[in-house]
Design a protein around this ligand. Sequence first.
Ligand code: ADP
Ligand code: AMP
Length: 215
Amino acid sequence: MNIILLGPPGAGKGTQARMLVEKRGMVQLSTGDMLRAARTSGTEMGKRVAEVMDRGELVTDDIVIGLIGEALDDAAASGGVIFDGFPRTLAQADALGALLSDKGLALDAVIELRVDDDTLVERITGRFTCGNCGEVYHDRTKPTRVEGQCDVCGSTDLRRRADDNEESLRQRLMEYYKKTSPLIGYYHAKGALNVIDGLAPVADVEASIAAVLDA
Ligand code: ADP
Ligand code: AMP
C-alpha cells in the first residue's frame, strides 16, 4: 500500500510513520528528513534550502519533487510507501500522481491527521528526537525513560530542530493553511481522503490508521 500522511507540523505524521515502518515493513519518505540530511552533509542544495527551512517557508516544488522521484525507485520495491510531509502543494500532488502512474503504482489512501493549533504549538515546542535512530519524543507526553538517553538505541545525541520554535511554527502553520490544506479537498474529490482525530493518544491514532489500511 502507498499512502500519504497529511497534516500540519506536529500532527503526529512522523510518529505514526515510524510505527508503520516497524510493523508493516513500509518505507517512510519524509521530504523534511531528506532536506535536513542535505543540510547536514553540506550539499549545494542543502545550503540553498537552509534559510528557507529555518524561516518556516516551503522550499521550491522542483527540489522536493526531485528528491521524491529519486527515492521512489528504491522504495517502490518495499511493502509500501508512506509519504510524510509530501505533497505540500497542489503542484506537488499532481507531480506525485504522475510519478506513481509512470511507475505503475497506485495511491491507496490519504490519511489526514486533524489537530487544533493550540495542541500543535504544545507538541512542537516540546518535541525532540534521537539523532542516531530518529525516535520522536516530547518533554511532557513522551519523555525518555532515562534523562538524556534514547530509550530505543541508548544514544545521548538528543536534538531539537532549529525550526521548532514559536515564530517559525507560526510561519509553518501559515504555509500549511495557505498551500497544503487545499490538498484536503483535492484528495476528497478523488475519493481517497480519510480523516482521523490526531488529538487522540498515539496508540488510538495508530489503531485508526490500521482500520483504514485494513479496510
Ligand atoms: P509531525 O511529523 O506531524 O510534525 P511528530 O510525529 O514529530 O509530528 O509529533 C510532534 C510531537 O507530538 C512529538 O513530540 C510527538 O512525540 C508528539 N505526538 C505525536 N503524536 C501524538 C499524540 N497522538 N498525542 C500526543 N503527542 C503526540
Ligand atoms: P517537516 O520535517 O516535514 O516539518 O519539514 C521541515 C521543513 O522542510 C518545512 O518547513 C519546509 O521548509 C521543508 N519541506 C519539507 N517538505 C517539504 C515539501 N514537500 N515542500 C516544500 N518544503 C518542504
